[in-house]
Design a protein around this ligand. Sequence first.
Ligand code: AMP
Length: 472
Amino acid sequence: MKDWNEECAVFGVWGDPEAARMCFLGLYAQQHRGQEAAGVALLSEKPDSRSGKLDHKVIKGEGLVADVLGRLRVETEEASAGIGHVRYSTSGKKSSYNIQPIAAKLYNGPVSIAHNGHLTNAHIVKDQLKEKGAIYQGTSDTETILHLIAQSRTDDLVESLKLAMPQVEGAYSLLVLGHNKMAAMRDPWGFRPLSLGVRETQDGKKAWVLASETCAFDLIGAQFVRDIEPGEIWWVDENGTHSAKLDLKRPTKQCVFEHVYFSRPDSIVFGQSVYLARQAMGIELAKEKPVEADVVIPVPDSGVPAALGYSKESGIPFDFGVIRNHYVGRTFIQPSDQLRQFSVKMKLNPQAAVLKGKRVIIIDDSLVRGTTSRQIIRLVKQAGAKEVHFRVASPPTTGPCYYGVDTPKKEDLIACQMSEDEICKAIEADSLAYLSLESLKTSVLKNQTHSKEYSYCQACFDGKYPTEIFEH
Ligand code: AMP
């Protein structure tokens, strides 16, 4: 079993009297990255009576941001700094101990952590720590980071991170709140995103904000400053902002799946508009895999930008052939295939008015297990479509992810089990085609502002894992 810490979002704020409200809104904007649980750790206004250090107030629970944090009236809390987290649901056991931020009272004062990513060697480090007497409460790899910080025995949070983090491998975009500072950190490969922004507070001062995705800044009226760099530790305290680099050189390997599926289209991720990247994927797909048809329809919402790109390039009109019920969660979270099939129907309703008698191209961002596509194709045919051509705006998914995206095991990946022709039959399409890896690369580089180099991890498509993978 994988440790629990997949596909999450983090948010942090420092120097804002409305910190609690900002955390609420920052998480609300990033709800798509995690719908199972939400939480915040706020820096309290009053010092602890014994240590004299400012303590943390942690508020968290299972459910959506508005339900959990709204019900607990987080936005009314008084705090000038805080960090928050939303977590995604995958298969496996649930434990309230895994809900983040994870907080503890350590040698150097209270510490709370919010983590997006997945550590590949956490179970090895965990066993070593347990042998030395460490007590674990949950199954999250984030707890291992907390233990490593605790073991560093320095009074300084940043020094303890510099000692702790080289002991773990894998993906982490971290926010860490101490009693007198807040730190942000990205692993040396830069797998997961983490951006820095600034916001003017009610009293005209400058507050620093951090988020997995820039769409959180838009909601709270913050300006994007820059991305935290791979291997960078950035922190803010009473003396201002600081930055240092971990002494670990790695090639940058940002997750290309953030562009394909995971991030919100209105975010700028790794220096590239996600929306434009997806649209470019659709344009490239139309160039590479054309087919005669009457209408291009997206699988909403994830296929919309690529379908627009496909339609633009091919000249075939775009339309909404299936309508999405927005009050149903992501179908991927359903544990069994049967349940997943039913939830596709709950979520998507085909429109005969658009589909009847037509040759239809359906565009989706990815084809993973094949369950969703088969179900959608059936619905579209039942609504009267004459032909259904399925086009996927990414290459065949052939590798599980060990860096924080919940991609299933090889046996559940349809492209590992069948040829393209067999998949086409299995999903009951008249034709099937994927975007090539080369064109994915072209699409992601098209509107890049940071660098013209392709510095992405695409292990889910090519099986080339940048780090050692420790199976367990
Ligand atoms: P399926 O082929 O039935 O496994 O489903 C593929 C659909 O799930 C695509 O429409 C994607 O939008 C979505 N999807 C792909 N990867 C993930 C993921 N890691 N988590 C949640 N949804 C995903």
